[in-house]
Write a protein that binds this ligand. Structure first.
Ligand SMILES: NC(=O)c1ccc[n+]([C@@H]2O[C@H](COP(=O)([O-])OP(=O)(O)OC[C@H]3O[C@@H](n4cnc5c(N)ncnc54)[C@H](O)[C@@H]3O)[C@@H](O)[C@H]2O)c1
Length: 453
């Protein structure tokens, strides 16, 4: 078998591991060794009455409600207010969280309340920047849904607001708080797939709701919907229920399939390999099937060049979304290296090795040469070719963990992993995919300084 030699970036990577204390000796046995998982999760077992966190949901639609429901299961957290622009959502919030909760159509009334410690922002994307900045300036902890911002130029304001206010700010790509992502990070850092050279991710759907054709409530009208407020920061138009309830299809409010779905894959990938992001972004695609007046493609392919960084070698990433996928329902993130590959989800990791024996394995090295010297060739002890790591039954999941991390940050006035800088670096290549697609160009991005080149 060809013995792999360490390339410069692999050498650098190994040196870095040695320096950082992640034992290089752990390499050979990474598949079987019972090494403890790094403790990214800061889940608190105890909290006092003073640690109670009063939370408001701003944008109490599908995800805002899911976020509020998960938040309410974390010990000490309570939903006390909701803001939305559609009456039906406010009525539903009262039904869910109690008729005494404070409700409003104006998020500034939420921010003005001293009894609210933290807000969840579950509005469409075109409101994320402004509400995030205003909420941090009002001294609230902020959990903002992904993508952090609606267009590339908006990220700086959120990063600045977080730096200036010191607020705990978390973007809602919950996958990166998951056991699956944490395990993948541990395996990657221990060199389980060798030298990373390629990654890919895929999102496939094949249904009307999967393709964003949500039901329009029967009572939708300018009376039940605060349309003027909804469009107050974008193009002025007459009331249009489709633009309100199916906002993802329109560029004034949504960020297309890349802002909706690629961004999750970027967040997980960047977390696992500690990356700041790609420097070259290209995308293509088309509107193939869901021709319902939408302004964005339903099939999108993105290609990304990641430059060499201290944390990883240079590599290529390929992402796809297909909303007309006859096989349907598949999503994955795969990291491919010189010695193996990992398929990563939020709950599990499949690790496949291509090496019959590991040249970095000190045991093999020692035993092989000892015996071979005396008796000639000797067969080797092989590591498993495939390992499947799975979260234990009863695992509460990424969403619960992400909120645990967020509330830990709010209680202890600490930054969390998916802060504004991380959120911007994950959103940027997704947003730039749209720029590449619509302008028909390759986009150059400086992921370190977070500016267009
Ligand atoms: N993390 C995830 O897995 C995940 C999943 C789905 C959606 N999301 C994100 O959550 C956000 C919301 O998506 P959704 O599917 O819940 O949409 P939705 O349409 O179901 O809900 C959005 C709600 O925001 C309200 N709204 C609009 N503008 C507002 C404003 N200025 N102030 C207050 N309320 C306002 C709307 O009335 C609506 O009820 C998006 O950014 C989306 O990308 C994240």
């Amino acid at each position: 078998m060809k013995k792999l030699t360490a390339t410069p970036s692999r050498r650098k990577f190994i040196e870095k591991l040695a320096i950082s204390g992640a034992a290089v000796a752990g390499f050979p046995n990474i598949i079987t060794a019972k090494t403890p998982s790094p403790h990214f999760l800061k889940r608190e077992k105890k909290f006092s009455v003073n640690d109670n966190i009063q939370v408001a949901v701003i944008g109490a639609g599908g995800m805002g409600t899911a976020d509020g429901k998960t938040a309410a299961t974390i010990p000490g957290a309570k939903i006390v207010a909701a803001c939305d622009l559609y009456n039906g959502r406010l009525d539903a919030a009262k039904e869910r969280w109690g008729k005494d909760i404070f409700t409003t159509r104006d998020y500034r009334e939420i921010l003005a309340r001293p009894d609210i410690d933290a807000v969840i922002i579950g509005t469409p994307d075109h409101w994320h920047r402004q509400i995030s900045v205003d909420a941090m300036q009002a001294g609230k902890g902020v959990y903002c849904e992904k993508p952090m911002v609606h267009s590339i130029g908006e990220g700086t304001a959120v990063v600045k607001a977080q730096r200036e206010t010191g607020s705990t700010f978390q973007v809602g790509s919950q996958g990166m708080s998951s056991l699956g992502n944490e395990k993948a990070k541990e395996l990657f850092e221990a060199g389980a797939i060798g030298e990373l050279n390629y990654a890919e991710g895929f999102w496939a759907r094949n249904s009307p709701t999967g393709a964003w054709q949500y039901a329009i409530p029967k009572d939708a009208s300018p009376k039940t919907v605060d349309w003027d407020r909804y469009i107050s920061n974008t193009t002025k138009r007459d009331f249009d229920a489709l633009r309100f309830f199916r906002w993802r299809n329109y560029r004034d409010y949504g960020t297309g399939v890349s802002g909706d779905l690629f961004v999750h894959l970027f967040s997980s990938l960047h977390f696992i390999i500690s990356s700041k992001g790609p420097d070259k972004i290209m995308s293509t695609g088309g509107l193939r099937y869901w021709k319902d007046g939408r302004e964005v493609p339903d099939v999108l392919l993105g290609m990304f060049d990641y430059p060499e960084a201290e944390e990883h070698p240079p590599f290529n990433l390929s992402l796809r979304v297909n909303f007309v996928d006859g096989t349907s329902g598949t999503t994955y993130l795969r990291l491919v290296g010189s010695e193996g590959a990992m398929d990563v989800t939020w709950d599990d990791v499949y690790l496949r090795k291509n090496l019959v024996s590991d040249p970095m394995d000190a045991f093999l090295e020692a035993k092989g040469s000892e015996m071979e010297k005396a008796f000639g060739e000797r067969k080797k002890m092989l590591p498993p070719k495939e390992s499947h790591y799975q979260a234990q039954k009863g695992y509460k999941g990424a969403h619960y963990d992400h909120f645990s991390n967020f509330f830990y940050g709010v209680r202890n006035k600490k930054m969390v992993a998916e802060d504004a800088v991380f959120g911007y670096r994950a959103a940027a290549p997704a947003l730039l995919c749209n720029d590449s697609y619509f302008d028909g160009k390759i986009v150059r991005w400086d992921p370190v300084n977070m500016v267009l080149k």
